[in-house]
Design a protein around this ligand. Structure first.
Ligand SMILES: Nc1ncnc2c1ncn2[C@@H]1O[C@H](COP(=O)(O)OP(=O)(O)OP(=O)(O)O)[C@@H](O)[C@H]1O
Ligand SMILES: [Mg+2]
Length: 282
């Protein structure tokens, strides 16, 4: 039996009258690479923002390793504005902060790269490691003894090696070309020792060669670190190559799911993508 690591259950995220995610259920099993695809504005990033505690969902629940970590139901004005389903099914409220989600073992990268701009490549990874120990950077640094500090630095260097970023170790993060910045974001996310890694368009802005290398790299870290990966991506070659399963979203709703060959030939998916094929990386 496959073991569930993440379960998004009937999640609706409504911004005022806009339903960005509509009664979405997603299950990811330990060790899988699962992709979420769908046209621009389909609600993919919003789904990540709910899982990582950036937004409390309007309704629904999220389970991580069988523990219910997020739950909410329409409250206040939203009681009357709510357009989603399953109203009344969820009653308690649990809306953890992004810090707490990181500490549980979920890390992410962002669609719009967010690196510490003035820091070097190495420092970006090291700071992420410190933050994992304590949400307060100063206390974290003060409480480390020399041995722990050494171990953290070695680990940071090891991650840079794996991501093939050693050559640019001492460069300012933002001086790197786009593809390398994306890889650095992954290194930084890995620095928090996640069990589940969420990648939001990791290949955006990459050329075909970089995309191919990234595909191999993602499969490699899954195996080497025993990771589970949930990925949003528009590059269909990458998605079809690497995914164990795929969810297709359109207007916040899942319109198809399955193994790559099933999804590729699904008429609803083809219809949702008609006319948007040229918009890669938008
Ligand atoms: N904070 C917010 N406030 C209001 N509306 C929002 C907010 N965040 C997202 N939305 C809306 O929710 C919908 C889904 O957006 P989202 O960013 O999740 O799409 P996406 O599938 O990631 O698209 P893309 O492929 O372009 O990244 C859009 O209509 C967007 O405008
Ligand atoms: Mg997005």
């Amino acid at each position: 039996m496959s073991e569930s690591i993440l379960r998004v259950e009937n999640v609706t995220m409504q911004f005022g009258g806009v339903v960005a995610v509509d009664n979405l259920s997603i299950e990811v099993n330990k060790g899988e690479i699962v992709s979420i695809i769908g046209p621009n504005g389909a609600g993919k990033t919003t789904c990540f923002n709910v899982i990582t505690g950036v937004y409390a969902p309007t309704n629904g629940a999220v389970y991580f390793a069988d523990e219910k970590v997020i739950e909410n139901h329409p409250q206040g004005k939203m009681k009357t504005m709510y357009k989603g389903q399953n109203a009344g099914k969820y009653t308690s409220v649990a809306t953890p902060t992004p810090d707490r989600i990181t500490n549980l073992g979920i890390a992410r990268t962002f669609q719009n790269i967010r690196l510490w701009k003035s820091q070097t490549v190495f420092e970006n990874v090291l700071i992420a490691k410190h933050m994992r120990r304590s949400s307060n950077l100063i206390t974290a640094a003060l409480h480390l003894n020399a041995k722990e500090e050494r171990a953290m630095r070695d680990e940071a260097d090891h991650l840079l090696e794996i991501l093939n970023l050693q050559d640019v170790r001492n460069e300012p993060a933002t001086s790197l070309p786009y593809g390398q910045q994306r890889r650095l974001e992954i290194a930084r996310a890995m620095a928090t020792h996640p069990k589940l890694l969420l990648l939001d368009e990791p290949a955006a802005g990459m050329n075909p060669q970089e995309t191919k290398e990234l595909t191999e790299f993602i499969a490699r870290i899954r195996d080497e670190f025993g990771l589970t990966i949930l990925m949003i991506e528009h590059h269909m070659d990458l998605v079809m190559d690497i995914s164990d399963r795929i969810y297709v979203l359109d207007f916040g709703r899942p319109i198809a799911q399955g193994i790559p060959s099933e999804v590729q030939n699904n008429p609803d998916v083809i219809a949702a993508y008609l006319g948007v094929e040229e918009e890669e990386d938008a």
